[in-house]
Ligand binder design. Structure first.
Ligand SMILES: [Cu+2]
Length: 279
C-alpha cells in the first residue's frame, strides 16, 4: 500500500516537471519567433551582416535548445520512479566524443563566419572621402570635435583641457588649424558617407554604443581607437555609454543624428558661425 502511494506521488511530480519543461520551451521559442523584445532596425550594411550572424547563431542554438529541453522532458517522464531499483549507467564514450566534436565544429564554424564581418569593421582601409570626427568620453559626457572647413584637427595641449570652460579637448586656438575646430555635445553625421570616429577617453574606460549601428567599442585613456561605419538611413538615435564608468554613468548619453548631406553642411555652417561670433 505504502509503495503504491509513493509511485502515484512520483508520477504526478514527473508529469508536472515534464509539462513545465515543454511549456517553458514553447514560451521561449514563441518569444524569439514573434520577436516580442527585439533589436531596433539596423541602419548600416555591416549591421545587416551582424544581424544575419545573430540569426544563424539563434537558429543553431535554438534547435539544440528545443531538442535538449524536449529530450529532458521525455527522460523525466520515461524514467520516473515506478518503485523499482535504480540502475547505474557508465555513460557512452562514443556519444560523448560525438557531441563534443559537434559543439566544437558549430562554435568554431560560427566564429570563422563572424570574423569576415569583424575584419570589415576593424581592418578595412578608410575610404578617401571619409568624414573624421573625434569622440572624447569623460565622466559623464560625450564630446565631439569636427575639423571645420580646413579639414584639419588643430593642436591640442593637455594644460588647456577644461571641460567647465567648454574646452574638453584642450584645443589651442592660437594654432590656425585649430581656429575652426568645432566642439559639440551631439554627434551628427551625413547619410551614405564613410564615417571614422576616433574614440578617446579622458579619465576612465567608457564604451561607445549605438543600437542601430550595431557597434560597441571601448574608449580607453591613452589610446585612439578608430571606429568606421556608413549610415544608410537618416534619423535621430541615441548614443549611450555601456561601461559602468562611475556614479553618473546612467547620465552619459548623447543624441546621435544621421542627416542628409545638405542638412549636415548647413548644421556645420551654423556651428561655425556660432563659434566665430563667440570664439
Ligand atoms: Cu562612461
Amino acid at each position: 500500500m505504502q509503495t503504491k502511494n509513493r509511485c502515484a506521488g512520483s508520477t504526478a511530480t514527473a508529469v508536472i516537471l515534464a509539462l513545465f519543461l515543454v511549456l517553458f520551451t514553447l514560451i521561449t521559442v514563441y518569444l524569439f519567433v514573434s520577436k516580442t523584445w527585439w533589436f531596433p532596425e539596423s541602419i548600416t550594411p555591416i549591421g545587416h551582416e551582424i544581424d544575419a550572424q545573430t540569426r544563424r547563431t539563434l537558429w543553431l542554438t535554438g534547435v539544440v535548445f528545443v531538442l535538449s529541453q524536449l529530450g529532458l522532458a521525455w527522460v523525466v517522464w520515461r524514467y520516473r520512479n515506478r518503485g523499482g531499483r535504480a540502475r547505474y549507467s557508465h555513460g557512452n564514450n562514443t556519444l560523448e566524443i560525438l557531441w563534443t566534436l559537434a559543439t566544437a565544429v558549430a562554435f568554431i564554424g560560427l566564429g570563422v563566419l563572424a570574423q569576415f564581418t569583424w575584419a570589415k569593421i576593424h581592418l578595412a582601409e578608410p575610404a578617401t572621402d571619409t568624414v573624421v570626427i573625434e569622440v572624447l568620453g569623460e565622466q559623464f559626457a560625450w564630446n565631439f570635435r569636427y575639423p571645420g572647413p580646413d579639414g584639419k584637427f588643430g593642436r591640442t595641449r593637455t594644460d588647456l583641457i577644461n571641460s567647465g570652460a567648454g574646452n574638453p579637448f584642450g584645443i589651442d586656438r592660437s594654432d590656425p588649424a585649430a581656429a575652426d575646430d568645432i566642439v559639440v555635445p551631439i554627434l551628427n553625421v551625413p547619410v551614405n558617407r564613410p564615417i571614422e570616429l576616433r574614440l578617446r577617453a579622458k579619465d576612465v574606460i567608457h564604451s561607445f554604443f549605438v543600437r542601430e549601428l550595431r557597434l560597441k567599442q571601448d574608449a580607453v585613456p591613452g589610446l585612439e581607437i578608430p571606429l568606421r561605419f556608413v549610415a544608410e538611413r537618416t534619423g535621430d538615435f541615441e548614443l549611450v555609454c555601456t561601461e559602468l564608468c562611475g556614479m553618473g554613468h546612467q547620465r552619459m548619453r548623447a543624441p546621435f543624428s544621421v542627416k542628409t548631406a545638405a542638412e549636415y553642411e548647413q548644421w556645420l555652417r551654423d556651428e561655425l558661425a556660432l563659434l566665430q561670433s563667440n570664439p
